[in-house]
Design a protein around this ligand. Sequence first.
Ligand code: HSE
Length: 458
Amino acid sequence: MFQNSCLSVSPDASDAACLGALRVGLIGTGVVGSGTCQVLQRNAELIAQRAGRPIRLVMATARNLHKAAQVVGPGVALVSDPWVLVRHPGIDVVVEVMGGVGLAKDLVLEAIAQGKHVVTANKALLAEHGAEIFAAADACGVVVAYEAAVAVSIPIIKALREGLAANRIHELVGIVNGTSNFILTKMQDEGLSFAAAVRLATELGYAEADPSFDVEGIDAAHKTALLAANAFGADVPFARVHAQGITALDPWDMVCAEALGYRIKLLGIARQCADAIEVRVHPTLVPQAHWLAQVQGSMNGIWVSADAAGPTFHYGAGAGSQTTASAVVADLIDVARCGAAGDAGRAALRVPHRSVQPAALRRWPVMPIGQVTSRHYLRFELGGHPALEAEWPSWLQAHGVELQHMAQVTHPEQAHRKAWVGLTASMRGDDLTRALASLSEQTGGPAAAAVLRVEDLA
Ligand code: HSE
C-alpha cells in the first residue's frame, strides 16, 4: 500500500533517481521528523546546492505507518521494523529522532556498525552514552552529528567546535530548555499556574514526551553536559551533573528577585575551574539587565566566555518542529560533504565528536554542587519573630554569612505576607547550608524559606 519509488525494501535494489544523492533513513515521524521532511522537501534545491548533491529521504519507520505516510509523502518506503532501516544497504545516513535511550541506543550502534552516519536530536542518548557511541563511530569512520540535540535553532555545537575552536572557553551559561523557560515566562508575566503552563507547553509541542524531563532540569542537564564536553574537550560523566528543576520554585521568589533587580531563570552552567569543572543546572537569579534575563518564552540563549573571542551571546528558538529540523538538515548537509561512510582518511579530517581528538579528551572531575562557590539569594518569612526581623542581617553575619543586598518585600496579593530577602557574598553552598542550619537551631526562628544561587555574569 505504500509508495516506494526511490528505494525498495529489498536489500539489493536501487533507483537511478538516488544515484549520487545522500540517502536518508528516518526513525521517528513525530514533531521533529515531520519538520525534517518539510524542510527537506521545501528547500530541496538550495540544500543540494549547499551539500554538493541531493539529500533524499528514502525510507522511514514509525509506530503508526498511516500517520507516517501523511508526514513523509509519496516516494518514501515505510517500514514498521526499524532494524530493517538501520541495516538497509540503500541508506547512507540514519536520522534518529525517536528519542529514548533504550531502543534508540541499540539502533544507533547498529547503524554505526553497518557503516552509516547518524544524525540525532537525542540529547539523553548522547549525554548518557556518548562515550560509547562516539568511540564506535570513530572506529567505523562515520559521523554522529547532533546539532539538534542542544538549543535547536542555535548552531552552538558548531560554534564551540568550529567557530570558537581557537579559544579556551572559560564558562558557558545558558537557558537551554525551552519548555521550562516558557513556563517561567508564563508564570511571571501572565500569572499562569505551573500546571496550566506545563499543559500549554505540551500542547505547543515544546515539552518532552515525559515533561518531567523538562521541569526537573534533566533535559537541560543533558544539554549542558554536551556543551561542557565540547567547550572543555572533556568526557563528562552525566551522573555527576547536578540537575535541579523548577517544580519547587515558588512564584513569590520571582517577585522578590525582581525587587532586588534580578530574574529567575533555569540555567545550565559549565565552568572551567583550576582542576575541575562545574556542570550544573538549577533555577538561578540573573541580573535583569543581562541578555539571559531577556530570553523569554520557549527561546534559548547561551552566553559563552572565551579567552580570545571574549564574551559571545547566542540566541534562538529552543524547541519546535521546523526549528529543530533546521539543525537536523544542517547536519545532513555536513554529512553529505563527508564523502562515503567508512572513509577513514576523510573521517580523520572531520571535526572530532567532542571538539578534540579522542586521545586528547580530558576527564576533569565534576565539582560536587555543595563545593561550588557563588552568591546566594535568601528569603526569610519572619512574621511572628520580631527580634529576628530586626536582627537577621547581624545574626547571619555572626554565622559567617555576609549580606550584600537586602530588601523587605510585601506580597502583591497578600498584604500581610512579607519576605526579608538578601543576596550573600560569594560562598560555598555547603558552608551556607551549615550556617543556616545553625542559625535556625540557635535562634529557634524559621529556616530560610528559599535559597537560590545567583550568577552576576560580569
Ligand atoms: N523539550 C525540549 C525543550 C525540546 O523544551 O527545550 C528541545 O530539546
